[in-house]
Design a protein around this ligand. Structure first.
Ligand code: GDP
Length: 528
């Protein structure tokens, strides 16, 4: 097997989806711990803290207890290379999360055993559904009293519409938690509380009749376990790899992330069965990861990761071929050639210059405003990867400057921060207003904070009579010019200079659409 093929096959690129507070951050830490990427669990949070020293706006996310930025963490495990793409938890940043989900090959769903399936989880699962992303499930916080495991599986099946194949089964819960039984390995793993900072090499018993097991967990727990297992093994399907890969069945694990319990069983199973990089659709054909020529797409941009250098980084998922430092690539949207000498990779500990990257990996490209979300890079073939969503803003505010001399800095800040994709920036043709569109209210607050922190601009955002925005296209240049003249009051340019109709009301938009049938009003800026 060629080394490219070997490297591709051992990649596992995934994201964790969950409702806030279910334990995503804690589980991430434990996975990194097992991967040897960090010495002691707790580093994910402390890494955030130390980063906030260089980038103060992180303080905002800490204040609010949300994680605004996503990062990429790579670590080796059992001969595989795991790429974990982090996703922001807060609903106001959901588009960012949706785009991250386009860059993974599978997902891990974390559910709080006391709360069951929650609202954000339902939304995120819908997104996974669009691409039939394979999902594994971790039911967390077993050390607390929760709902019965059977009830939880029922809820996943009925609410999320995916069959559950339990791989482990809890023995008790909360104070009575004794351990888990691994259905496929026929092993009982005993829970040892208080071992949350170490790899838990728990006591393992082979089979339910293993000598000493009944004494260890007690006759009562033993009886309950046998009863439940009989029920479960009768009613629940056993794990079926094809069903899982098709996104129709989810293998389920139980555990307690904070106690590091049940996590390794999950990770072992994950690296064995989760898919390696899968083929990806483009505008013209499907690209196979095994192909020799490099291709990839940008799913995320982050401004000012290092404010001292004002750098903006575009995150590109490699879909085929091999990236090597210094190679030339074509940005297919502009058909321009770029030479990439210093792409970054994101090890859990730090970011560093990458020499080679394979399908499934994410590399960071330095961006000076020329790369946008959805951009495809290849070695020459003019294709564009499809399915990277861009969301129409639903909330609009006018930027108001306290110091009029800072106008230039404000424009620059708004334009650069808009590159990240969470907000969009519009300049009306007929006024000097600067209008920001966002999907969630919190984003205005974040932008105001970052303008001050990163651009030294004191701005606030006030209401403006814009209800919705549509990107306008027209094949007939004369018609477009006429449209432009007649509707100048309601037209604006976005950060990339594209023409946008900013409608004061929905009715106004509807009338404009009826009056100008030749003009297309697109709800999102098209990437293709
Ligand atoms: P996230 O919002 O999904 O990233 O959740 P966090 O990982 O920050 O966890 C939310 C809270 O749940 C924190 O206080 C964690 O310490 C706690 N937590 C996480 N895992 C467990 C667990 O297994 N048991 C218990 N009792 N608490 C947990």
């Amino acid at each position: 097997m060629s080394s490219h093929l070997q490297e591709t096959r051992r990649r596992r690129t995934f994201a964790i989806v969950s409702h806030p507070d279910a334990g995503k951050t804690t589980l991430t830490e434990k996975l990194l711990l097992f991967g040897g990427a960090i010495q002691m669990a707790g580093s994910v949070k402390s890494r955030k803290t130390s980063r906030s020293a260089t980038s103060d706006w992180m303080a905002l996310e800490k204040e609010r207890g949300i994680s605004v930025t996503s990062s990429v963490m790579q670590f080796p495990y059992e001969g595989k290379i795991v790429n974990l793409l982090d996703t922001p938890g807060h609903a106001d940043f959901s588009e960012d999360t949706y785009r991250v989900l386009t860059a993974v090959d599978s997902a891990l769903m974390v559910i709080d055993c006391a709360k069951g399936v929650e609202e954000r989880t339902i939304k995120l699962m819908e997104v996974c559904r669009l691409r039939d992303t394979p999902i594994m499930t971790f039911i967390n916080k077993l050390d607390r009293e929760g709902r019965s495991p059977i009830e939880l599986l029922d809820e996943v099946e009925s609410v999320l519409g995916i069959a559950c194949a339990p791989l482990t089964w809890p023995i008790g819960m909360g104070k009575r938690l004794k351990g888990v039984y691994h259905l496929a390995l026929d092993e009982v793993h005993i829970f040892e509380p208080g071992k949350n900072f170490a790899r838990q090499d728990s006591t393992i018993f082979q089979g339910l009749d293993a000598p000493g097991l009944a004494e260890k967990i007690g006759a009562e727990a033993m009886r309950e376990l046998r009863e439940e297992l009989e029920l479960v093994q009768g009613a629940a399907p056993s794990f079926d790899l094809d069903e899982y890969l098709a996104g129709r069945q989810t293998p389920v694990f139980f555990g307690s992330a904070v106690n590091n319990f049940g996590v390794q069983l999950l990770l072992d199973f994950f690296v064995e069965h989760a898919p390696s990089p899968r083929p990806r659709a483009t505008t013209t054909r499907e690209i196979q990861p095994e192909e020799e020529k490099l291709s990839g797409f940008v799913f995320k941009i982050q401004a000012n990761m290092d404010p001292a250098h004002r750098d903006r980084v575009a995150f590109m998922r490699v879909c085929s071929g091999t990236y090597s430092a210094g190679m030339k690539m074509i940005q297919t949207r502009t058909n321009k050639e770029v030479r990439i000498a210093n792409a970054l990779t994101f090890m859990a500990s730090d970011r560093e210059i990458v020499e080679t990257a394979y399908p499934g990996d994410v590399i960071g490209l330095h961006n000076h405003g020329t790369i946008t979300i959805g951009d495809t890079f290849t070695e020459g073939e003019l294709v564009t990867f499809t399915g990277i969503p861009n969301f129409a803003p639903e909330l609009f505010r006018r930027a108001r400057l306290r110091d009029p001399l800072k106008m230039k800095a404000l424009q620059k800040g708004l334009a650069q921060l808009s590159e990240e994709g969470a907000t969009q920036f519009f300049r009306p043709l007929m006024s000097n207003d600067l209008i920001l569109g966002a999907v969630g209210v919190l984003q205005f607050e974040v932008v105001a904070y970052r303008l001050k922190d990163e651009y030294n601009v004191d701005a606030s955002f006030e209401p403006v009579t814009v209800t919705t925005a549509r990107w306008v296209h027209c094949d007939d240049p004369k018609k477009l010019e006429e449209f432009r003249e007649k509707n100048a009051m309601n037209l604006a340019l976005d950060a990339a200079g594209e023409l946008v109709y900013i409608a004061p009301t929905r009715v106004n938009l509807q009338l404009a659409q009826e009056r100008w049938p030749q003009v297309r009003f697109a709800a999102t800026r098209e990437h293709a």
